[in-house]
Design a protein around this ligand. Structure first.
Ligand SMILES: [Zn+2]
Length: 554
């Protein structure tokens, strides 16, 4: 590494949605090889990123990569030094041309500087130097040149030269090291140790991470035995480990200890575990947890304080299937990642403790949704956010989870779980839009669910029901009236609803399809109801005003 510190170009603002068509060009990266030098001072990095990409057509072409903030020193393409342009967050160069169709081409980019984001170099809660990547949604471009969009997945390998005393963790499996660094590769590595990790399973850039810190490794056991095609182990299981700073290992072990049991449940529910291993890492991330493929990062503060993060652990594990392996086709479909994790994470407790554990968690989700301004204003499938970080909201998470809960109510358990499993099998290792999920659920259900998806995912709001009833003793009939009083700009909802009549001698329940702003029905009952409750088992996202009995004729 040289002595002269070069200033990098002005970094981009995080989270600005990509310009329309930006990622519709034919750049298909198939492999990133990322080499980083982390000096003992932990104050800057120098890097070499080698991308291999596939060209389906021959001839000269323009390559546009995302890269911002760091200084590019050299671009070589197929071994030839090229001129390049690096501004406005884009690194562009004209490639002289590929001789044939479906050629794999290679570009190598040398750079250095202090990443403005994405790779966070800082002291941890104990004052020790650490480097942790944190890429969601578009922050990979702050530390390596990339096609930084969730629609392009690639294999990745990391060669990290780190000071002794720091351990390196990354996606995939460790394939070499630590070994004394070979200074012929990248300058300035004397005294450093080289670690090499590799994810042969292709993953989107927002999930590509490394962590470099004084970490202890906790063995948590194995999981997914015989159901982990990417496992490097002869027994076909995946290793589940915890990685924590020395003072926090007891907390970390307690928080992470149920992870293997969670993985096994989700293997049973969704299908095989998609990655080589599963590491749970105490890390620097701006989120409580970040689901990086096979290498989940958790808030270092939360673990140091001994907070109960089991709900987060289950949520991030679900993401290994939904989010990481089935990835939203675009940010508008983020609920396919966050809504699924926010439903099937809590489902772990239904599985181990019984149904009420899920009902309680859905009630907490419902309270969040009913209080959230964004739910009143925007649909879950939100195609026009001002900033991608704004999508981390009650629509993507809690309302998305409640949509799944309601879909389960509409279709029944057997169809619902069969559909989710088929959705995973069909789209694992790829991208999926809301329409893809709808289509598969309709296939399994055997009828259209257009009405359901339209009202819950493509429009804002939720129903506000007001129920009134009267009793006709002469005919032993109850007359029920349910009005939908929500904002007129929101949909008029159609939903099956269970109604519970509390009678003198017990309860009578009936499922009724309710639609229309004003819905009425007359039903025979064995006796006069003392009270009427809508949705007693808590399936629906709704605000329910349980009005009183109307004494007719008085
Ligand atoms: Zn999540």
């Amino acid at each position: 590494m040289g002595d002269v510190e070069l200033e990098g170009p002005e970094p981009l603002v995080v989270g600005i949605p990509p310009a329309p068509g930006r990622y519709e060009r034919d750049l298909d990266v198939i492999h990133y090889d990322i080499e980083l030098v982390i000096p003992p001072e932990n104050d800057r990095v120098s890097s070499r990123t080698t991308l291999r990409y596939l060209r389906e057509v021959a001839g000269p072409h323009l390559v546009t990569l995302d890269f911002t903030g760091m200084q590019v020193e050299l671009v070589t393409w197929q071994g030839r030094t090229l001129d390049f342009r690096h501004e406005d967050g884009l690194l562009e160069f004209a490639a002289p041309g590929s001789p044939g169709v479906f050629d794999t081409l290679q570009v190598e980019i040398m750079s250095r500087g202090v990443p403005a984001d994405g790779l966070i170099l800082r002291d941890n809660v104990h004052g020790q130097p650490t480097a942790f990547a944190d890429n969601w949604p578009d922050r990979a471009r702050f530390w390596f040149p990339s096609n930084d969009h969730l629609s392009d997945r690639a294999a990745v390998s990391f060669t990290i030269h780190a000071p002794p005393g720091r351990r390196v963790v990354a996606n995939g499996v460790q394939v070499a090291g630590p070994a004394p660094a070979d200074s012929t590769r990248t300058g300035g590595v004397d005294g450093l140790l080289t670690w090499r990790w590799e994810s042969a399973v292709p993953i989107p850039t927002y999930l590509m991470v490394v962590g470099v810190a004084d970490l202890e490794v906790l063995d948590l056991g194995t999981a997914a035995c015989g159901e982990a095609p990417a496992s490097p182990r002869s027994d076909g299981c995946v290793e589940v480990t915890g990685w924590a700073f020395a003072p926090d290992t007891a907390h970390a072990r307690r928080v992470f200890q149920r992870a293997p049991e969670m993985v096994d449940l989700y293997v049973d529910m969704f299908g095989p575990y998609p990655y080589e291993k599963l590491a749970h890492v105490q890390a620097a991330t701006r989120f409580g947890g970040m689901e990086n493929a096979s290498t989940i990062f958790y808030s270092e503060q939360a673990i140091a304080e001994g907070r109960d993060l089991e709900g987060t652990v289950a949520h991030e594990i679900v993401h290994q299937w939904f989010g990481n392996s089935v990835t939203p086709a675009d940010w508008a479909h983020l609920w396919i990642s966050e809504g699924f994790a926010s439903y099937f994470g809590p489902y772990f407790w239904e599985h181990v403790e019984g149904r009420q554990a899920l009902v309680d968690r859905m009630e907490a989700h419902r309270e969040r949704v009913l209080a959230a301004p964004v739910v009143r204003e925007r649909p879950v499938v939100d195609r026009t956010p001002e900033n991608l970080l704004d999508l981390l909201n009650a629509n993507s998470y809690q309302k998305g989870a409640l949509v799944l809960h309601m879909l389960r109510w509409v279709t029944g358990d057997r169809i619902f779980f069969q559909g989710v499993r088929r959705f995973y099998q069909t789209h694992s290792g790829g991208n999926a839009a809301t329409e893809d999920f709808q289509r598969i659920m309709e296939e399994v259900h055997g009828e259209s669910l257009e009405w359901f998806f339209r009202q819950w995912l493509h429009a804002p709001g939720y129903p506000e029901y007001r129920v009134e009833w009267s009793w006709n003793g002469a005919r032993n009939e109850v007359h029920l009236r349910v009005r939908q009083e929500q904002d007129s700009a929101w949909p008029t909802f159609r939903m099956p609803m269970e109604v519970e009549f509390q009678l003198d001698g017990g309860v009578h329940r009936q499922v009724l399809m309710m639609d229309g702003r004003e819905w009425t029905r007359t039903l025979p009952l064995p006796g006069e109801p003392l009270a009427v409750r809508l949705d007693p088992d808590g399936w629906l996202l709704a605000r329910i005003h349980e009005g009183s009995q109307i004494r007719e004729g008085r």
